[in-house]
Design a protein around this ligand. Structure first.
Ligand SMILES: *Cc1c(COP(=O)(O)O)cnc(C)c1O
Length: 332
């Protein structure tokens, strides 16, 4: 049976979604609702004061027909951390995982074959209908999960041109670890400017020359046999893919170094033949094809190691390589 892959990423949703409400100081039992609309008070806290965070993870149909999710407990832990920093009620891990599993089971027939997948988008919003709470957290919240069949986000051979930005920051430094819409709104002017002025696909944020991440993905420099990436700080999002790539790379014999590095070090390495990749759930790994440093484009000569690392991860996801780290959760 062939299942359709929607042309636009994230534009088609499974008909229903699990919704878990936080009311009267407690998480309530899950309810299943239509994913077509959501009833909210126009004064809802999330709509006015940004009490919103989200997650992104995937479920896959493997060659033998089994359906698996990739590292859902890492995403649950990260949403708990985002909730903590945003002063939203912290989702309960067990009910959250149960809702994910049930959703993937219900949507199983809609999951396209490899290399496509089912993208899952848990969303947590503050719902107090009180616009006077500008400086106070929401006492009520909703956690709901969208499921969206998606094609392969990654297109072999398509250019990944990165604008290196040293003046503007992606988001307020203390918010970097939070996966929230507010940070995307904050990065939007620089992302649009990079597209319009340079045809760049992403902006690499490097405040004062410190290489951090792009608007939606982490950044790893592959210099010969060494992977170099920024150590985990509050300023950027701690990606599950970043962690997976570093783990797999170590096993493949790479040296993995988590340390700060500068734009001038990056530029010198690229000019000397180093590779660089972006990591994130949607595309897994996107090898960079060129950088723009102060208006000057520098080609990245090779994407070979990045592509091999990408395959090492997707082989685990699609059941073509052993899941030796216990990353897969079997759904059905
Ligand atoms: C989601 C996200 C990433 C990638 O995280 P993964 O867990 O690998 O998908 C990186 N940076 C930002 C800003 C993000 O929002």
């Amino acid at each position: 049976m062939s299942r359709p892959v929607p042309a636009v990423f994230g534009s088609v949703f499974h008909a229903e979604m699990p919704v878990i409400a936080f009311q009267n100081g407690a998480w309530q039992p899950v309810e299943w609702q239509s994913s077509q609309d959501l009833t909210l008070a126009p004064g809802a806290h999330a709509l006015h004061y940004g009490s919103e965070c989200f997650e992104g993870l995937k479920a896959f149909r493997q060659a033998d027909g089994k359906i698996v999710m990739f590292r859902p407990t890492a995403n649950i832990a990260r949403m708990q951390q985002s909730a903590d920093i945003l002063h939203l009620p912290k989702p309960e891990a067990e009910a959250f995982l149960d809702a994910l599993i049930e959703l993937v089971k219900r949507a199983a027939d809609e999951i396209p074959d490899a290399p496509a997948a089912l993208y899952l988008r848990p969303t947590l919003i503050g719902t107090d209908p009180i616009i006077g709470k500008a400086g106070a957290p929401s006492d009520t919240a909703l956690l709901y999960i969208l499921a969206s069949p998606v094609g392969d986000y990654f297109k072999v051979g398509s250019p990944v041109k990165i604008l290196v930005e040293t003046e503007n920051i992606r988001c307020a430094p203390h918010m970097g670890r939070v996966k929230c819409g507010g940070n995307y709104a904050s990065a939007m002017p620089w992302v649009l400017k990079a597209k319009a002025e340079y045809g760049a696909s992403q902006v690499l944020f490097c405040p004062n020359g410190d290489v951090q991440e792009t608007g939606a993905s982490n950044f790893i420099l592959i210099n010969g046999n060494e992977l170099i990436t920024k150590p985990l700080t509050d300023e950027f999002l701690h990606g599950v893919t970043r962690d997976s790539v570093l783990t797999v790379a170590k096993d493949l014999g790479y040296k993995v170094t988590e340390r700060n590095f500068t734009v001038s070090e990056l530029k010198a390495a690229i000019e000397n033949g180093a590779e660089a990749v972006l990591t994130g759930t949607a595309a897994v790994i996107s090898p960079v094809t060129s950088f723009i440093f102060e208006g000057q484009e520098v080609e990245v000569k090779s994407q070979e190691r990045g592509n091999a690392l990408r395959k090492a991860i997707t082989d685990i996801q699609f059941g073509l390589a052993e899941d030796k780290y216990g990353w897969l959760v079997e759904v059905c």
